[in-house]
Design a protein around this ligand. Structure first.
Ligand code: HEM
Length: 148
């Protein structure tokens, strides 16, 4: 367990929240791009533009934001503040594992679009778009209210 000074701990928590806001922005926006990309004909200017937007969103925003969420979240976990017996933390980390799995799936869907072999219909991505929202709501309620 790391004993951080009060100010250091709060700085780490602030950087944690900044990181998760950027990560969530990408997790909510990328499936939305996939929804519109399913309407663009393969090889069209529109489809090629979506490929550039999706690649840049994933590589320049989502991947770094996920890594810094894990880094600062991990430092918070390693701090002496953490009580591993608290139920809210278990539920939160389970939901975070769900977000990590979604991130990896989105990376796979992005590659399928980039190689013009997407097999999922538009409706699939509309549903996929709801999953990070539901997980985010559960995570924030657990992290702030700590109901158990
Ligand atoms: C990536 C893995 C993550 C880890 C390891 C992690 C870990 C933690 C820990 C240990 C705390 C408690 C700090 C304390 O004792 O005060 C915390 C606070 C917080 N986390 Fe995370 N977290 C992660 C991801 C997320 C995500 C994805 C979200 C939002 C969608 C989030 C939102 C928050 C919020 C809002 C707080 C502050 C709660 C408060 O102080 O009232 N975290 N995080």
């Amino acid at each position: 367990m790391i004993e951080f000074s009060g100010t250091t701990f709060l700085w780490i928590k602030a950087l944690h929240i900044i990181s998760v806001i950027a990560w969530m922005a990408g997790l909510l926006y990328l499936p939305r791009l996939f929804v519109y990309h399913t309407d663009a004909a393969i090889g069209s200017q529109m489809s090629e533009t979506f490929k550039v937007m999706e690649r840049r969103l994933l590589r320049a925003i989502m991947n770094p934001a996920m890594l810094s969420s894990l880094l600062f979240g991990g430092l918070l976990l390693a701090s002496s503040h953490t009580d591993w017996t608290e139920g809210w933390l278990h539920i939160k980390l389970l939901c975070v594992a769900g977000l990590l799995a979604l991130h990896m799936m989105m990376a796979g869907w992005r590659r399928a679009f980039a190689e013009d072999r997407n097999a999922h219909p538009q409706k699939f991505f509309r549903y996929a778009n709801e999953a990070p929202t539901l997980l985010m709501v559960a995570i924030v309620i657990m992290a702030v209210l700590r109901p158990f």
